[in-house]
Write a protein that binds this ligand. Structure first.
Ligand code: UDP
Ligand code: MN
Length: 431
């Protein structure tokens, strides 16, 4: 089945002509004014059109220009891990409030089934915008729905309703032996204390020191300790396998070891959704469906995926249906089949094989994005944050815009954590 191509809606051809035309008119002031006004109107319409073509898109940032700059050269570009150039360019969506894309408030239904959780009026107003109609299930075909997931339906008031709490979560962190003392340690020093029982680290070595520090929550996956597609998919597969064994959790969330997972915000977010439904939350890298080719059949597929480096969450019913393609090493096989990394493979599984949709959530942030673009006052509203200390595109660190309140905090995660969540523990100064 042919898939829709994206016309270049930003292409504007009339600008140059108009530039040429303007000076040619010498016939009086009125005509000049009329032409001046038309020109201004045209520029205005052109700009408006560009922004409508990609809602929420900001003008190209210096960051993106740096990435495109030939002076950086291909050899200096960050590793692509099987990603296209556009995927590496990152998500261009803004940070305006809300957080879930393609919001369509489902008026009457929303009001009658609105789940009440304890929030402030201000939070209520923000969350109101997040309540959306039921996801339209795309039929099983080579293309997922042209639009990303329309989000989900809110929890009905079931008689046995109980809000999601920390014990309902399973949090898998992907790591590797070489990062235990740096990245894993930073997690232990910060957000680990939100949910020490729920967090498991999926690694590739036996490490008695961190076994002890995490109270036995280091899982040696026996996967290769490399950054290859199949090695990472092997590790992510182990996360699914363990979730299947644990059984009593509502949500599976998976993050990388360079994420800060704001668990209180995650819980607040998840509490607006019905965990009985098949839901997949994350943030897309690119503003259109990616493409993958099945190497066995040569079939081409287009679908949405969420960047693994920004964290993703799945409801239990969806996770269970995914098991067929993910657990016990099967994710690596599926990844090999389409030759794409684990996160893209997950998008393929959810959208193409299972006919469900990604719900795009702008509260998940990978370091593909420029961290300092998130307004400092909005950091606390993010579900995940990330960092890259040697961002080649930035020629320096890509970290959140947060004032350090202690030394030895290059990622700023300790300062952020201690400022907002001191009571949850952490390596905070003057404790
Ligand atoms: N990782 C891994 N094995 C490796 C390298 C990285 O399991 O050999 C994990 C790492 O711990 C992290 C994820 O893969 O959770 C992504 O790695 P990284 O942040 O270094 O690279 P990125 O893909 O974000 O550029
Ligand atoms: Mn990373």
């Amino acid at each position: 089945m042919p898939w829709r191509t994206h016309s270049n809606q930003n292409q504007i051809t009339s600008d140059d002509d108009d530039d040429d035309m303007m000076p040619r008119y010498t016939c009086g002031k009125t005509l000049k004014i009329v032409f001046g006004a038309s020109y201004a109107l045209m520029v205005f319409l052109v700009i408006k059109h560009q922004f409508r073509a990609y809602p929420g898109v900001k003008p190209r940032s210096v960051y993106e220009d740096d990435l495109r700059s030939p002076s950086l050269g291909a050899d200096r570009a960050p590793p692509s891990h099987g990603r296209s150039r556009d995927e590496m360019l990152g998500n261009r969506l803004g940070y305006d409030d809300g957080g879930v894309d393609n919001i369509r408030v489902n008026g009457g239904v929303r009001e009658s089934t609105r789940m009440k959780i304890q929030t402030t009026n201000e939070e209520d107003a923000v969350w109101d915008k997040l309540l959306v109609g039921p996801a339209k299930s795309p039929s099983k075909s080579n293309s997922s729905s042209g639009q990303p997931g329309k989000g989900v339906y809110i929890s009905p008031k079931l008689p046995d309703y109980r809000p999601t709490d920390i014990s309902d979560l399973f949090i898998g962190v992907k790591t590797t032996g070489a990062y235990h003392s740096s990245r894993v340690q930073l997690i232990l020093d910060t957000w680990h204390s939100f949910a020490p029982e729920q967090i498991y680290f999926f690694t590739d070595v036996k490490d008695p020191v961190y076994e002890e520090k995490t109270n036995g929550h280091m899982v040696n996956t026996d996967c290769p300790d490399t950054h290859k597609l199949t090695a990472l998919a092997c590790k992510t597969s182990s996360i699914f396998t363990m979730f299947e064994k644990i059984k009593d959790k509502r949500w599976l969330c998976h993050v990388d070891d360079d994420n800060y997972l704001n668990v209180p915000e995650l819980l607040r977010f998840l509490n607006h959704f019905d965990h009985h439904q098949e839901l997949f939350f994350g943030r897309e890298s690119i503003n259109y469906r990616t493409l993958a080719i099945d190497r066995d059949t040569n079939e081409t597929y287009r679908f949405w995926f969420a960047t693994g480096g920004g964290g993703v969450c799945f409801s239990k019913p969806l996770t269970y249906r995914m098991m067929k393609y993910t657990s016990k090493g099967k994710l690596a096989k599926t990844a090999e089949k389409i030759g794409r990394p684990d996160d893209i493979t997950i998008g393929f599984i959810v959208e193409i094989l299972l006919g469900k949709s990604l719900t795009r959530v702008r509260k998940f942030n990978s370091h593909i994005q420029k961290m300092s673009d998130i307004p400092t006052r909005d950091l606390i509203k993010q579900i995940t944050l990330s960092y890259c200390l040697n961002d080649r595109r930035e020629l320096g660190p890509n970290v959140i815009d947060f004032r350090p309140i202690m030394k030895d905090d290059p990622t700023r995660f300790k300062s952020f954590h201690c400022t907002y969540y001191r009571k949850f523990g952490g390596m905070c100064p003057y404790d």
